[in-house]
Design a protein around this ligand. Sequence first.
Ligand SMILES: [Fe+2]
Ligand SMILES: [Fe+2]
Length: 189
Amino acid sequence: MHRDNKVRTLCMKDVNAIIREHDLILEVLDVMGKICDTMEGGRQMNKIYLSEITEFMDGFMDQYHHNKEERIIFPSLLGGSFNEDGMTVVKLVNQHAHGREMSKIMKHAISTMSNWSWNANRMFGTYARGYALFFTNHIFLENALIMNYMERGMVPTETKDESLKPVEEVSISDSYGELPKTLQKWLLD
Ligand SMILES: [Fe+2]
Ligand SMILES: [Fe+2]
């Protein structure tokens, strides 16, 4: 986890952004499960479509969302100290790293796919299903952790130290935000 000298206080704006991002990720993971169903049923999915999924996993989930959690959200929740939730946060950070490894295997599977490569299809499908389940549970745990802090009144409406390490927002109204719909359309192709 990245460590900043000063820890930015978490506020409702941050929480709302994280929840919106989680909702989008859950939608994508849900469609990924359906794509796995069709691949296991023998359908050959277009490699370009599958690459869009791994690009979302790397570009949106890992480089943007997980990076923000590790740099700002988790340190803010812990208040700069390793309190009783520290082990949960360590587990969440380890899960981010595990997701990165799964993504590498899925990209390798895509690169070796061809019409006669049933193994690569099966490898992609197996890892994609595992990834979808893994990160669905991961997000439920993060949401529960954040809710716990909110219920304890530890998330103010606004932060007083907004100038500290501001979060660079990625617009989720762009192609990332459209991905669940795009994937649904491909499924019906
Ligand atoms: Fe996370
Ligand atoms: Fe998250």
